[in-house]
Design a protein around this ligand. Sequence first.
Ligand SMILES: *[C@@H]1O[C@H](CO)[C@@H](O)[C@H](O)[C@H]1NC(C)=O
Ligand SMILES: *[C@@H]1O[C@H](CO)[C@@H](O)[C@H](O)[C@H]1NC(C)=O
Ligand SMILES: *[C@@H]1O[C@H](CO)[C@@H](O)[C@H](O)[C@H]1NC(C)=O
Ligand SMILES: *[C@@H]1O[C@H](CO)[C@@H](O)[C@H](O)[C@H]1NC(C)=O
Ligand SMILES: *[C@@H]1O[C@H](CO)[C@@H](O)[C@H](O)[C@H]1NC(C)=O
Ligand SMILES: *[C@@H]1O[C@H](CO)[C@@H](O)[C@H](O)[C@H]1NC(C)=O
Ligand SMILES: *[C@@H]1O[C@H](CO)[C@@H](O)[C@H](O)[C@H]1NC(C)=O
Ligand SMILES: *[C@@H]1O[C@H](CO)[C@@H](O)[C@H](O)[C@H]1NC(C)=O
Ligand SMILES: *[C@@H]1O[C@H](CO)[C@@H](O)[C@H](O)[C@H]1NC(C)=O
Ligand SMILES: *[C@@H]1O[C@H](CO)[C@@H](O)[C@H](O)[C@H]1NC(C)=O
Ligand SMILES: *[C@@H]1O[C@H](CO)[C@@H](O)[C@H](O)[C@H]1NC(C)=O
Ligand SMILES: *[C@@H]1O[C@H](CO)[C@@H](O)[C@H](O)[C@H]1NC(C)=O
Length: 429
Amino acid sequence: MFSKAAYFLTLLSLATTGAYQTCEVPFGGDGVDDTQGLNALLPNCSSDAAIVFKEGVTYNISTPVNFGNLSNVEIQFLGNLDLPKSIPYVQSLVNATTGGRLYWFTMQGTNITLSGNKQNSDQGWIDSYGIPWWQEAQYTQPLGGLANRPHGWSITANSSTVRYMKLRKPVAWSFSLTGNDNHVYGNKIDAAYDLDNPGVFPFNTDGYDIKGNNVLFENNWVFNGDDCVAVNSGNNITVKNMVCEGGHGASLSSGNGVSNVLFDNITSINSLYATRFKSSLNAVGNITNVTWSNIHVHNATFPIFATGVYYDQNTNRGRTPGVYPANSTATHIKNFSWINVTGTISDVYTGDGSCTTDPCWYYVANATNTAAITLQLLNGTATNIQIHNVNLKPVDGKGTPNVVCDPSSFTDGTDNLGFKCVNGPYVPN
Ligand SMILES: *[C@@H]1O[C@H](CO)[C@@H](O)[C@H](O)[C@H]1NC(C)=O
Ligand SMILES: *[C@@H]1O[C@H](CO)[C@@H](O)[C@H](O)[C@H]1NC(C)=O
Ligand SMILES: *[C@@H]1O[C@H](CO)[C@@H](O)[C@H](O)[C@H]1NC(C)=O
Ligand SMILES: *[C@@H]1O[C@H](CO)[C@@H](O)[C@H](O)[C@H]1NC(C)=O
Ligand SMILES: *[C@@H]1O[C@H](CO)[C@@H](O)[C@H](O)[C@H]1NC(C)=O
Ligand SMILES: *[C@@H]1O[C@H](CO)[C@@H](O)[C@H](O)[C@H]1NC(C)=O
Ligand SMILES: *[C@@H]1O[C@H](CO)[C@@H](O)[C@H](O)[C@H]1NC(C)=O
Ligand SMILES: *[C@@H]1O[C@H](CO)[C@@H](O)[C@H](O)[C@H]1NC(C)=O
Ligand SMILES: *[C@@H]1O[C@H](CO)[C@@H](O)[C@H](O)[C@H]1NC(C)=O
Ligand SMILES: *[C@@H]1O[C@H](CO)[C@@H](O)[C@H](O)[C@H]1NC(C)=O
Ligand SMILES: *[C@@H]1O[C@H](CO)[C@@H](O)[C@H](O)[C@H]1NC(C)=O
Ligand SMILES: *[C@@H]1O[C@H](CO)[C@@H](O)[C@H](O)[C@H]1NC(C)=O
């Protein structure tokens, strides 16, 4: 009785309000650019629809896709997507783009769901064939990645979800996610590289760049060569239960306008940084209420790291790290805490393949190879910083964990800090 009534009600609502459509992306066959078929169906499938990349198919997505403005749309990546393998072809597309920034996938709207296939399935992979780009970067000057690299995904949306997506070998940046009330979970980004061959390094393969309010990230996995996740602006952002391998860690990367951020239960494996706050030298602004808790560190060069004086070594060649003019400014940070940070410091093979300058961009004056805590904060730019329950040991069991810390950084003194503020051994108090 009930189900029959529901059935007729459903038919009625379909007839009156416009049906929820399922739009299957047609597969054109070998050598056919499936973007054309996809573009043809988009005008009819941009609201109240599922756009389905079929399981068992490997689509050729040879040109960038602009999904346009979507509402109440779920895009299901059940099959695989192959992006083009020719570097000059892709570079020429990026060259032709105004401003030189090309995203391979672009969309905006409300209530968009990107949905991949099961995490352990061989279906649902989006393969960008980035390895040749990483390899060729070794022979290209200036070092640090090829010119004209495409970005991955630009999603500007509210009340939206990214789940179970699987990206393989991105050329460079993966997700740029802007908007409020978004939920990102169960995704994999595989820009895995050979730790023992630093010459081939996946430059700028940031996992997620996040802007927005009320954003929740959970159970994501990233192996890459830049920020695992970088929070850039917004309020009330939680990143939890995440695994970050290689790369530059769970980052807050911003000079202003970020508050109430929690990074919790992050496992960091063979990373340059496990946790990082980064703001550029001469930034002006405030960042408030940021916590990194329950951080499980395996072999990080800089497990706990904060800098208000970041500058790009590539564009500041010749500048001496650690030496700043007296009138330098920096972002003011307030109520930052690191609680329960345990594991090992990489003291045998420190750093990573992102170092292409001398001195290296991540060189820190006064840091040793066992830098448990490194705070590069200008005079009077930090208030209420607390770092408690730290248990970090050199990975080879030799030496002691050290800290870099300048008492003048803190407007409220060093009593709250949780350890002795010196350039020297870590001594909790
Ligand atoms: C859009 O849907 C309408 C109605 O179902 C159909 O007539 C039309 O051919 C479709 N257009 C495209 C581009 O698929
Ligand atoms: C969001 O979109 C889905 C379809 O992807 C739909 O089932 C759901 O009702 C929408 N939610 C809201 C709040 O409109
Ligand atoms: C792209 O543009 C750069 C200059 O910005 C040029 O050196 C390069 O040859 C161009 N590459 C392609 C494939 O068009
Ligand atoms: C903060 O964001 C979470 C989602 O992570 C949401 O559930 C919660 O309601 C937000 N809190 C406020 C005060 O908006
Ligand atoms: C921490 O995150 C991992 C996934 O990285 C998860 O398996 C584990 O259950 C989480 N622990 C807690 C206490 O939530
Ligand atoms: C620590 O990390 C470095 C650099 O990523 C790597 O070369 C080394 O093998 C790692 N050591 C261990 C013990 O995992
Ligand atoms: C930062 O906070 C200070 C003190 O509350 C305030 O004077 C200043 O305007 C703020 N700066 C920005 C860029 O919001
Ligand atoms: C920071 O947290 C405190 C205590 O929870 C709260 O009173 C304050 O409003 C927060 N600051 C911002 C900028 O949200
Ligand atoms: C290094 O440490 C010494 C002694 O603590 C200090 O005088 C010097 O300013 C530090 N150098 C830098 C660049 O921080
Ligand atoms: C510091 O002073 C120098 C010399 O007057 C000037 O060139 C520079 O712009 C100033 N920097 C800042 C951040 O004000
Ligand atoms: C730190 O770890 C202790 C012991 O495991 C736990 O009781 C406490 O809740 C943790 N603190 C935070 C902020 O998660
Ligand atoms: C820090 O700034 C304060 C106030 O401007 C000044 O009195 C003090 O000498 C400075 N300390 C250092 C170590 O530069």
